[in-house]
Design a protein around this ligand. Structure first.
Ligand code: ADP
Length: 301
């Protein structure tokens, strides 16, 4: 079994990593969460997705992970046409992606090393590969000194770095980061984005949802603003380290990116969060790799 990419990132040029073609999502009850959205993200891009609460950002992320299906239109991610992807192939598809969430989703009873190695173990990677790969990704995020620490011995920024290492360990084509700086100190947010930028420099496509104006202003790059289910702005802007965008223009860009804290209920103690879950459920949560049920194995479709 080959644990490296089937095709190198270079070989993938010409394809879009993410493409939404006239995508609409209408929830039961008639809410139009996305309305005729078309969007292309190239292989190797770094894009910020901004927008106020209720704008449709989570709906877009759920579409990209195939947690939900579009009501109409076509969603393609990493060459998988999600509109046609069979249920039993969803785990395979999701393993080509990495995820970083606001709440870290580390397993409290596991060390940093184990939290990361766990993903490869579930994928039946050879032990030799795991022993090489895990320290490597830990070094990429600068946490060598914390290899044997448990999550509750880490700061928020360190926890998120572990989550990023975990997202990287399977060498994903695309990393989707959903408010990755939402639960960490503002000054450490920059480090997290720097880290994601560094990963992007190595060729991994990154889509990051954020509501933090300062980060977007600082880093610049591609900004996609979703408002009321529509893409109202999609441009590349310079970061403040370069030609800083005039304040009024930035205000306009971000006009609908809410300043409010995103709605999120922190679990009451992380251990109880995972306490009742089995291994399949845990891995499903942290990688969004839905456990393959016997029904799916049977090819119900
Ligand atoms: P955001 O992530 O930008 O805050 P969402 O994608 O969560 O926005 O929501 C977009 C719209 O869809 C909102 O009006 C929200 O209330 C609605 N919505 C989200 N999820 C559901 C659902 N499961 N059922 C019905 N309406 C939903």
């Amino acid at each position: 079994m080959n644990f490296n990419r089937q095709t190198s990132k270079k070989e993938r040029t010409g394809d879009y990593m993410v493409e939404l073609q006239n995508v609409s999502v209408t929830y039961a009850g008639g809410v139009d969460a996305l309305n005729n959205v078309s969007l292309k993200i190239n292989d190797g891009d770094f894009a910020f997705v901004v927008g106020s609460s209720g704008a449709g950002k989570s709906t877009m992320i759920k579409l990209l992970l195939k947690e939900i299906d579009a009501t109409s239109g076509v969603v393609t991610v990493n060459n998988y046409n999600l509109s046609k992807l069979k249920k039993r192939r969803i785990p395979e598809f999701r393993r080509t992606l990495g995820f970083v969430f606001q709440d870290f989703r580390l397993i409290p009873s596991m060390t940093v090393y184990e939290n990361i190695a766990f993903v490869l173990r579930v994928l039946d990677s050879p032990i030799k590969y795991i022993r090489k790969r895990v320290p490597y990704v830990i070094s990429l995020v600068g946490l060598q000194q914390k290899t044997n620490s448990y999550p509750d011995e880490l700061s928020g920024g360190e926890k998120q770095r572990v989550a990023i290492a975990r997202a990287l360990v399977n060498d994903p084509q695309l990393i989707i980061a959903d408010e990755p700086t939402g639960n960490i100190d503002p000054e450490l947010s920059y480090e997290i984005v720097e880290l994601l930028k560094g990963i992007n420099d190595q060729g991994t496509t990154i889509l990051m949802v954020t509501h933090e104006h300062d980060l977007v202003r600082h880093f610049g790059g591609r900004i996609i603003n979703i408002t009321n289910g529509e893409v109202v702005y999609d441009e590349v802007i310079a970061g403040s380290g370069l030609d800083m965008l005039p304040e009024e223009e930035l205000a306009q860009v971000m006009s609908n990116a809410a300043a409010e804290t995103p709605q999120y209920d922190m679990p009451q103690g992380e251990s109880s969060y995972y306490g009742d879950m089995n291994v399949d459920e845990i891995i499903s949560t942290i990688t969004a790799s839905a456990p393959v049920t016997s029904e799916e194995n049977g090819g119900a479709e």
